[in-house]
Design a protein around this ligand. Structure first.
Ligand code: SAH
Length: 346
């Protein structure tokens, strides 16, 4: 596969164009149009010979939407085909403030969380920064948005893959997504969810970025966590908490702890109490998510009452708690239901 122009930061694109003897403004023209979902041939202000020489070394398309499914609740699931034939999924949720796009960072995932469908085939490969930003570009364009009038207002790195396991490309993606010549996202409108790769959380904290950090926590102690998340062998809960505190001091961003409620595993009153004691002195929000059942495993979701009781205990420790509405369930677009697919399996 050729490198994609969409994987280039504005500065790198500028360097490429200057080497080709182009004037400085050319980078702005090309970067902006790429991020408005245009291919080189559609850029009427770009000389034909430049189009030809760029195409010798670079691709200008990373992926295409091949299918859109719409849920009863209005959530849309996109199937994107990458240039090498791999298929990834993305979910677009419509909230009062606008659209939030859930993007994937890898084809498959190697974290192996027991409740999640995304990692069933293991990791196939990392996505490039171009493939990550392209999910936002095509979704924005699908909604009739442009770089000047964005319809996708928020991006969450919560699709398939572990974003911190693809650290360099994800950081490049953030740089590209927040570039004023392109989609110009504010760091506040980008969230990254991780299962807790501690050393990478420190790196992210020191990187100068200020995106929202979400931690897939899912257990009040290492013993329970190790039953559902193999990553807990490498990183202990206390180390994750320390990394989160560090992240907060560096970025001033409140941490969001995601906590899937799985019946009989992590959802008892004792579990709630243990969790409350663990995080009550932190500046954080806990987002309780009822398990989305997937056919590949036997985990069961909780009764609403169990979730209410769990939330009450956390609240009694003055912890902010929200419960996530599960969107897109009927199209397998809800958390943990995304999986890699090949066209011939569709
Ligand atoms: N690898 C990252 C990004 C994936 S985010 C991470 O672990 O955070 C996907 C979110 O959906 C995570 O919080 C994940 O734990 C959650 N999730 C996975 N499977 C789920 C399921 N079956 N039901 C509900 N949430 C699930």
């Amino acid at each position: 596969m050729k490198e994609s122009l969409l994987s280039l930061t504005f500065e790198k694109l500028q360097e490429v164009l200057i080497k080709l003897g182009q004037p400085k403004y050319r980078a702005e023209q090309i970067f902006n149009q790429l991020h408005n979902n245009k291919i080189l041939e559609q850029m009427s202000n770009i000389p034909k010979d430049l189009v030809t020489s760029l195409k010798e070394n670079y691709d200008d398309v990373c992926l295409q939407i091949i299918k859109v499914q719409e849920s009863k609740d209005g959530t849309k699931k996109f199937l994107y085909r990458l240039n090498d034939g791999n298929i990834i999924e993305g979910v677009l949720m419509n909230y009062k403030f606008g659209y939030t796009l859930c993007v994937s960072s890898q084809v498959g995932c190697r974290m192996g969380c027991k409740f999640c469908a995304s990692g069933i085939d293991g990791l196939v490969r990392n996505l490039t920064s171009g493939e990550i930003i392209s999910q936002a570009i095509v979704a924005n364009s699908f909604l009739g948005g442009t770089t000047f009038d964005r319809k996708v207002t928020n991006i969450v790195l919560m699709g398939s893959g572990e974003p911190l396991d693809n650290y360099d490309n994800v950081l490049e993606f953030i740089k590209i997504a927040t570039d004023k010549h392109g989609l110009n996202y504010s760091q506040r409108n980008i969230s990254l969810s991780t299962c807790g790769l501690v050393d990478k959380i420190y790196m992210l904290a020191k990187s100068g970025n200020q995106i929202n950090l979400c931690i897939s926590f899912h257990a009040p102690n290492d013993e329970i966590r190790s039953k559902i998340m193999p990553v807990s062998k490498a990183y202990k809960i206390n180390d994750i908490i320390n990394a989160c505190k560090y992240y907060f001091t560096k970025t001033n961003r409140r941490i969001l702890f995601e906590y899937i409620m799985i019946d009989g595993i992590n959802s008892s009153k004792e579990d709630a109490l243990m969790l409350a004691k663990l995080i009550s002195n932190m500046n954080c929000i806990v987002n309780l998510i009822n398990l989305n059942e997937v056919k590949e495993n036997n985990f069961k979701k909780c009764e609403p009452e169990t979730i209410d009781n769990f939330a009450k205990i956390l609240k009694s420790y003055k912890i902010n708690v929200t419960t996530r509405r599960s969107l897109g369930n009927d199209i397998d677009g809800a958390c943990g239901q995304l999986r890699r697919r090949f066209i011939n399996k569709e």
